[in-house]
Design a protein around this ligand. Structure first.
Ligand code: FAD
Ligand code: SIN
Length: 542
């Protein structure tokens, strides 16, 4: 494998979803920015967001209410300062998205003597007010359209598509000084070259890791690369046991876990068993609008108790015209599978959706490695605690992307330090892989065992079994990795097994059930005195 000479810029952003682009757009006003995306520039979890972005917007709502709802969903594990900071920055972050061109769905309100335009506010589980700005049911696609167009118009931003970050460039630590991050080695998938990309500040915005589970709402890019790279480099990661399962994905062999937005339940959709019985009231007084962990566990429990492959979600009692206008994407997609949601219920199941834990950061987006920042789904700020409130992730990514830039800007402005010499990528005696089955088999094993042993409901035995299998797989993948020339599948597999191991180790460390982490051997919530995030840190240098 060949290599190319270093590409330099002031800021390197690994990831072009909402968090990465919020950072990049702000950074482009003060310096040069390189944005890496490992697929096309719009392929990101952000692109698939349906429900919308939560923010206090109406005069009936308040920051206190949004803060309380977030803390309640987080089951005691949120960092109050993070919640207050991010919730209160919400309206400004939304205004910035609008300024950059995002067109959220509007309602026209006729005032007494003027004609003003307002935004339609959706409702979702766990929110005590309507506060979700959305673009019909294609919010993420609209945000990505606006942000990628804005980035393309900035001469200071260079976007490198099909570039997969492999390892962070970390300088050797000296006495009393931890090693800083100066960029990344990245594989250009079009040329198969490994490039060295140097920058004075590096922003990790690689999104989630849904692909670690067999069934997920996430697109293929979500293989936890950022968590794995940061962990290998020695950054602290936290709260990875809290993987959120979305309660309602379409159950259809061709649908690939297509998400059915929580906003449907916000607008009155009801969950039923195939015999017609409703069941959510038996689990929570808020029924269909209970927090997501409760709804996902309730569906899981109904499916197991009654031997069901799915339950039904039904919104057909609402006016057909309203359904088609409010949820055009979901309506059309279901219809393409022969399901008319205006006329009857749709079959749904839970699937892995959102990584509440991630690379630990402070409220300035700083990781534990100097010059390395993180924001969005890859990061753990303390906002979500043990369970994310619906539509709080786009909010967190938009707010923290900009806050991370504000602190990275300080480092750049101080002008201190120059990157040390980093060697070119050395493939050693690696050869081209001829046996793809070794990759696909390991990939499949990890995702299946995570689904079966580390899913919605866990036990000590299942976790122990998962760990021993993962350790074996890790060894095999590790030796395969060093013997073969890199391609994106191998890079992702190596990352996926690290993330799987971190999720399992975090789950084993938590001897209680809280929020999204439910272990039948420790079914109760632990003592308040023991409440702390689960932090794991490697020695780095890998
Ligand atoms: P992403 O948008 O996932 O972007 C990640 C970027 O990193 C991509 O550009 C990718 O190419 C790049 N990348 C990854 N690895 C590498 C690598 N090794 N090298 C180079 N580039 C890399 N949240 C809400 O708040 N409201 C919603 O309504 C909502 N609906 C959702 C619906 C679905 C179906 C899904 C999947 C998620 C939804 N979420 C929602 C969650 C939310 O969309 C994500 O948490 C958020 O968009 C993450 O943004 P991000 O910028 O952190 O990452
Ligand atoms: C949805 O629309 O249900 C997804 C919202 C979210 O994940 O926040």
């Amino acid at each position: 494998m060949k290599h190319r000479s270093p590409l330099n810029s002031d800021f390197l952003v690994i990831g072009g979803g909402i968090a990465g682009l919020a950072f990049a757009l702000a950074a482009s006003e003060v310096g040069t920015v390189t944005v890496l995306t490992k697929a096309g520039s719009r392929e990101a979890n952000t692109n698939y967001a349906q429900g919308g972005i939560a923010s206090v917007w109406s005069v009936d709502d308040s920051f206190e209410s949004h803060i309380e709802d977030t803390l309640r969903a987080g089951a005691g594990l949120c960092d109050r300062a993070a919640v207050e900071t991010i919730v209160c920055a919400g309206p400004d972050a939304v205004r910035e998205l609008i300024r950059l061109g995002t067109r959220f769905t509007r309602v026209e309100a006729n005032g007494a003597d003027d004609h003003e335009v307002e935004y339609d506010l959706g409702r979702e589980g766990g929110h005590s007010h309507r506060r979700v700005l959305h673009a019909q049911d294609l919010t993420g696609r609209e945000i990505m359209r606006a942000l990628t167009e804005a980035a393309a118009a900035r001469p200071n931003i260079r976007t490198l598509e099909n570039h997969v970050a492999v390892n962070l460039l970390i300088e050797s630590p000296s006495v009393g000084r931890p090693g800083s991050c100066w960029g990344v080695y990245a594989l250009d998938r079009d040329t198969n070259l490994i490039e060295k990309i140097l920058a004075r500040a590096t922003m990790l915005a690689t999104g989630g890791a849904g692909k670690v589970y067999l069934y997920t709402t996430n697109p293929d890019i979500a293989s936890g690369d950022g968590v794995a790279m940061a962990y290998r480099a020695g950054a602290a990661v936290a709260n990875l046991e809290f993987y959120q399962f979305h309660p309602t994905c379409l159950f259809h062999p061709a649908a690939k876990s297509f998400l059915i937005s929580e906003a449907l339940r916000g607008e009155g959709a009801i969950l039923r068993r195939p015999d017609g019985a409703t069941f959510m009231k038996n689990y929570h007084p808020d029924a269909e609008l209970a927090p997501r962990d409760v709804v996902a566990r309730a569906i899981d429990s109904e499916m197991k108790r009654h031997g069901l492959d799915f339950v039904y979600l039904d919104i057909s009692h609402r006016d057909a015209k309203y359904i088609k206008e409010r949820f055009p994407n979901i309506y059309k997609r279901c219809l393409s599978y022969g399901i008319d949601i205006t006329a009857g219920p749709m079959p749904v199941v839970p699937a892995a959706h959102y990584m509440c834990g991630g690379v630990w950061t402070d409220l300035e987006g700083r990781t534990t490695i100097p010059r390395l920042y993180a924001a969005g789904e890859v990061a753990m700020t303390g906002l979500h605690g043990a369970n994310r409130l619906a539509s709080n992730s786009l909010l967190e990514a938009a707010v923290m992307g900009r806050r991370a830039f504000a602190s990275a800007r300080g480092v750049i402005a101080s002008g201190d330090g120059r990157p040390p010499e980093f060697p070119e990528w050395d493939p050693g005696r690696a050869i081209r892989s001829e046996e793809r089955v070794l990759i696909t088999q390991s990939w499949d094993e990890i995702r299946r065992l995570m689904w079966n042993y580390v899913g919605i409901v866990r036990s000590d035995r299942r976790l122990e079994r998962a760990l021993s299998r993962i350790e074996l797989l890790k060894e095999e993948i590790h030796s395969y990795y060093w013997d073969h020339l890199l391609d994106s599948d191998l890079i992702e597999l190596r990352n996926l097994v690290v993330v799987a191991e971190l999720i399992v180790r975090s789950a084993m460390a938590r001897k209680e059930s809280r929020g999204l982490h439910y272990n039948i051997d420790h079914p109760n919530i632990g003592a308040a005195a023991d409440l702390r995030p689960t932090v794991i840190q490697s020695a780095g240098g890998v």
